[in-house]
Design a protein around this ligand. Structure first.
Ligand code: DGI
Ligand code: FE
Ligand code: FE
Length: 193
């Protein structure tokens, strides 16, 4: 099936997202495109996934929960307590149903862009790390190093960024989704289950 027109998706995101989130979205899309060039991935898919990854970010938690209830989307314990986490699941659902995406890898990249998952595809890794390093990001530690590393060794960049994310969540005493922990464990022990 034909994938949606990127210009159209971009205009939809400009309407749906607040200005800061839209700027972030463009940052992720173009960073993902650059990483796709580096790692021989499909650039159009990287752009599409990057543009849509936060499409469910600018809605209320009530709305996200309502969409999950209505369409029987399972909610994990961590998501129940932190419904912002649901923007990834709901986003991948909307990517399919509302924005006409049919490519599984693109849908998975949106689905797993917050927690990651063990055994991510190259595109999923690209979106996860592009979200972390896009030019508008300022707060994470080791950003300079991780930005450089992302273009040298994708798995190594991913591992350090996952480790920093877990530190940040622990330090803030935040609920850790089991998937976030599983992803880190998987890549820490060499990417084998
Ligand atoms: O939506 P973005 O802000 O662009 O990025 P994102 O979807 O990767 O969300 C990033 C935030 O999600 C970041 O503050 C870390 C947080 N996060 C990642 N895994 C978990 C988590 N937060 C909680 N509470 N639990 C997790 O397992
Ligand atoms: Fe996100
Ligand atoms: Fe994002």
């Amino acid at each position: 099936m034909k994938e949606p027109d990127l210009r159209k998706i971009r205009r939809s995101m400009e309407n749906k997202l607040d200005h800061k989130r839209y700027e972030h979205t463009l940052g992720v899309a173009y960073t993902a495109a650059a990483l796709a060039m580096r790692y021989g991935e499909d650039m159009q898919k990287a752009l599409l996934a990057g543009l849509l990854h936060d499409c469910a970010k600018c809605m209320t938690n009530e709305k996200r929960l309502a969409i999950c209830e209505k369409y029987n989307i399972a909610i994990s314990e961590a998501e129940r307590k932190n419904p912002f986490l649901l923007h990834a699941k709901v986003g991948s659902f909307l990517a399919m149903k509302k924005y006409g995406v049919s490519d599984k890898d693109v849908i998975n990249a949106i689905l797993n862009h917050t927690t990651g998952r063990p055994g991510m595809s190259v595109l999923e890794k690209i979106i996860w790390i592009a979200d972390y390093i896009e030019p508008g990001r300022k707060q994470a530690p080791n950003l300079t190093r991780i930005r450089r590393l992302a273009f040298e060794d994708l798995d190594q960049a991913l591992l350090i960024a996952l480790e920093d994310t877990l530190h940040y969540l622990h330090a803030g005493k935040m609920e850790i989704d089991t998937m976030t922990q599983k992803t880190y464990d998987y890549y820490k022990y060499g990417g084998r289950l």
